[in-house]
Design a protein around this ligand. Structure first.
Ligand code: PHE
Length: 486
């Protein structure tokens, strides 16, 4: 409708000077008219879209009515003879006098001194003329616009409408332009008559969607680099499902331990049990649990194979460490430094800081004669690379380590000591049944990946970091992070 009206109007008239009036007069919505104008302009049915107009400022309006200050000043100087400057000033408005003096002087219209006299007989009020032209909606040259603009006599008006005239492709009715050359066009030969839409090389393309790394992956990469720089090898952690045997029994964790309850651990329904375990090793583990050995009294309970067979979602990556140490024990001994960063699962109530799954960072060193001093030393080295150089240790308990230590770091931002990890020396009850030499000791530590990531990215609810409630914008926009550089 608006399109017919515009094209129809231009058939008989030279231009539509204001699309706003055009729409109002015909009862169209101005937005619709503007959209049609843009589309017709795209196809060059119409042309000459004007967007900027100028309006007079208060000062400009005054001069348009009363004449420019330079002309007012010129007229106040007598045609013959002269007038004293003081006398002249009394005859004029102070602003007009001030501007008039400088402009009339610049134009060489008057001789300025104590006495003022004319240097020319007649002057033209060009400024007033230009201001009147602007007032009447006429277009001025660039130089004229800039001279009036510099004197703050005009300001641009934000033009909300358009002024249009016929374009090179004008026709009273729009022909639908073809956008594609089809097989039918070629077969029928109608491509000869078709009008094709021109390519718009300035049109924006679809934004390219690349992949984005999750903050956890970025921090994981930084931690992995730190371990690699320290000479650690990565352990294969690509099995979320583990047997209770490797997750607990091999780690000398008794079968009645509360962590082995379904309140704390996710057990698998299908397949509910593991198919095979290394039988002679299972026998040695059973014995150490029941009656000890290697200088230990054991736990003194009846160890059940069915309990060890139960499949679960691994509750810590230490399950992988136990497999790796067992594999080391099967070969002539060579020292090793291992690490892993991967997912673990715990049947926990979800809150601001806990999820039922998270990522664990784990490091271990296996060598002859290692001591607690070595553990403390390696922890200082590792954590200072993370930017945490003030550490404190607190005695703790893990079924598989003795001694065990919780690790605290002084957080400058929070102004307090915060727990950052757990550590210890693996017990002989764990290492000796595997077959490792007696003087081989293993120092190890673990921490979560989520905790440092939340601190680094200023996230205080874990559900904003991980899981189905995460805002994808966070993933797309988050910056890289560098550990140790604060
Ligand atoms: N497995 C422990 C945990 O889940 C971490 C740890 C690893 C502790 C190695 C000591 C030694 O918290």
């Amino acid at each position: 409708m608006a399109e017919e009206a515009i094209l129809g109007y231009l058939e008989k008239n030279e231009q539509i000077s204001d699309s706003g009036n055009f729409a109002a007069e015909r009862g169209f919505d101005h937005n619709d008219v503007v959209n049609v104008i843009k589309s017709l302009h795209g196809f060059r049915y119409i042309d000459d879209i004007k967007r900027e107009t100028w309006v007079l400022t208060g000062e400009g309006k005054k001069y348009a009515a009363e004449g420019s200050p330079e002309v007012q000043l010129f007229l106040a100087v007598p045609a013959e003879g002269s007038i004293s400057k003081d006398e002249l000033q009394k005859k004029l408005d102070p602003a007009v006098f001030k501007i008039g003096c400088s402009q009339a002087g610049k134009n060489k219209w008057v001789e300025m001194g104590k006495q003022v006299s004319r240097k020319v007989q007649n002057v033209e009020d060009k400024v007033k003329d230009l201001l009147l032209q602007v007032q009447n909606g006429h277009a001025l040259s660039k130089e004229e616009i800039s001279s009036l603009k510099a004197r703050k006599l005009i300001v641009p008006q934000t033009w909300k409408g358009y002024s249009v005239r016929k374009g090179p492709n004008y026709a009273p009715k729009r022909k639908k332009a073809a956008t594609d050359l089809t097989r039918e066009n070629l077969q029928k030969g109608d491509w000869k008559e078709l009008e094709f839409k021109e390519y718009n090389f300035n049109a924006k393309g679809q934004p390219a969607e690349g992949g984005h790394l999750h903050p956890l992956l970025k921090v994981r990469k930084q931690l992995k680099d730190i371990f690699l720089q320290m000479g650690f090898e990565e352990m294969p952690t690509n099995n979320f499902v583990e047997s209770s045997f490797w997750n607990f029994d091999a780690l000398f964790q008794p079968q009645q331990h509360p962590a082995r309850d379904s309140h704390d651990t996710f057990f698998l329904e299908e397949p509910s049990t593991t198919r095979e375990l290394p039988e002679d090793y299972v026998e040695r583990v059973k014995r150490v649990h029941e009656s000890g050995g290697y200088g230990s009294r054991g736990y003194g309970y009846e160890w059940k194979r069915e309990e060890a067979n139960k499949n679960l979602l691994r509750t810590h990556t230490t399950a992988v460490s136990s497999r790796m140490l067992k594999a080391l024990a099967e070969k002539p001994f060579a020292p090793k430094k291992y690490f892993s960063i991967d997912r673990v699962f715990r049947n926990e109530a979800v809150d601001r800081t806990h999820l039922a799954e998270f990522h664990q960072i784990e490091g271990l060193v296996c060598d002859r004669g290692l001591t607690l001093g070595d553990l403390i030393g390696v922890l200082h080295d590792f954590f200072s690379r993370l930017g945490m150089s003030k550490l404190r240790f607190k005695p703790a308990y893990n079924p598989y380590t003795e001694p065990s230590m919780e690790i605290f770091s002084y957080h400058e931002g929070f102004g307090k000591w915060v727990e950052v990890g757990n550590s210890g020396m693996f017990r002989p009850e764990m290492l000796l049944p595997m077959g490792l030499p007696e003087d081989v000791h293993v120092i190890a530590w673990g921490l979560s990946l989520e905790r440092p990531t939340m601190i680094l990215y200023g996230i205080d609810n874990i559900r904003d970091l991980f899981g189905h409630k995460v805002d994808l914008g966070l993933i797309k926009r988050n910056p890289i992070c560098r550990l140790g550089i604060s």
